[in-house]
Design a protein around this ligand. Structure first.
Ligand SMILES: Cc1ncc(COP(=O)(O)O)c(C=O)c1O
Length: 358
């Protein structure tokens, strides 16, 4: 029996995609082998790879002057790849921090570049106003995290302007969930394991003119320009994750694309926040304009019941509702593949729980 998995990632994959992958597991379209067993240089895999990239380009409306890389190493790998590719040794980079992932990205970048925390929301319940960002005049880039997975805080819109300084966005937990204006960013990156498939694949979207800035010592596996020249196949790419990401893109297209998905996502998030706001038992302190539509965090009026809530929900097939280990509380991650019925089931459970324990 399939359950509703509210995990922040790896997360749910649409059922039709899993079914197709199962059907194609032993014999991909009459080729007598699984995609997992194919050479990444074979014409069959190259076709799978190219289709996934062109579908992603279409879905996100990525302009032609951006390269799309399918890499390994997770978003965390990119935390260090970004300064290596964009900043000279001794250079400065600005970080706008509104949650734990932005903080981690800044900490990692410090090994390679002078980090200026241009703004830090404290506590992580909002995004600092643009007028309060203390940007450095010569920054190599400005790093933002438009959706903070752990804190449930989001920009909910494209980032404000930063002049000529390129904006680098960590969109791990919001890729393909909302339309975005890619041209406002120099670089976008995301681990795929939330909205775009299984773990092991990392997407990097980089504007052409930023590909010539890597420092000489940048290892090949982190070198965007070298990776781009090699079509992301400078070494063996995560082939099976790449294939599944491609199936997810096809599924998204069949659902009407990102715009259609965003409508459902907004509806799902609104329902859940409404249920929280209407109750005195559940609480979310984030102002509505900064509330994440992907990761809904909430607390109970009786925090000692967190574990009971998660355990009882688990028994009802609503799994992985515990908050991140660093912040506690509860969190429902409701990415594209979470059906609206899953959110309805959670709300029903929450009402019942409140009646029993409130
Ligand atoms: C916003 C954000 N950035 C970075 C990461 C780290 O990703 P990875 O595990 O792919 O390194 C995560 C993972 O949850 C995330 O949500």
């Amino acid at each position: 029996m399939r359950i509703y998995n509210f995990s922040a990632g790896p997360a749910m994959v649409p059922e039709p995609v899993l079914k197709q992958a199962a059907e194609e597991m032993l014999d991909w379209r009459g080729h007598g082998m699984s995609v997992m067993e194919m050479s990444h240089r074979s014409p069959e895999f190259l076709q799978i790879a190219e289709e996934a990239i062109s579908d992603l380009r279409e879905l996100m409306q990525i302009p032609d002057n951006y390269k799309i890389l399918f890499l390994q190493g997770g978003a965390t790998g990119q935390f260090s790849a970004i300064p290596m590719n964009l900043a000279r040794p001794g250079g400065t980079a600005d970080y706008v921090v509104n949650g734990i992932w932005g903080k981690k990205a800044a900490a990692e970048a410090k090994k390679f570049v002078k980090v200026n925390v241009a703004a830090q929301a404290d506590p992580f319940t909002h995004v600092a106003d643009r007028k309060d960002w203390k940007l450095s005049p010569k920054a190599a880039y400005v790093h933002v995290t438009p959706n903070e997975t752990i804190n449930g805080v989001a920009f909910n819109g494209d980032p404000p302007g930063t002049g000529k300084v390129p904006v680098v966005g960590d969109i791990s937990s919001m890729i393909l969930s909302e339309p975005m204006d890619v041209s406002r960013y120099g670089v976008l990156y995301a681990g795929a394991q939330k909205n775009m498939g299984p773990a092991g694949l990392t997407i990097v979207v980089v504007r052409d003119d930023l590909l010539d800035r890597a420092r000489a010592a940048t290892p090949l596996v982190w070198h965007w320009s070298e990776k781009s020249i090699a079509g992301s196949m400078l070494n063996t790419p995560p082939t099976y994750s790449w294939y599944l990401a491609g199936l997810i893109c096809k599924w998204l297209k069949s659902q009407g694309g990102v715009r259609a998905m965003a409508k459902v996502n907004r509806r799902k998030a609104k329902k859940l926040y409404d249920a929280i706001d209407k109750s005195a038992f559940y609480d979310n302190r984030i102002p509505s304009e900064y509330r994440s539509r992907m990761n809904v965090v909430f607390t109970l009026a009786k925090p000692d019941l967190d574990k009971t809530f998660a355990a009882e929900a688990h028994a009802k097939g609503l799994k992985n509702l515990g908050g991140h280990r660093s912040v506690g509380g509860l969190r429902a991650s409701i990415y594209n593949a979470m059906p609206e019925a899953g959110v309805d089931a959670l709300i029903k459970f929450m009402k019942g729980f409140e009646k029993r324990y409130g």
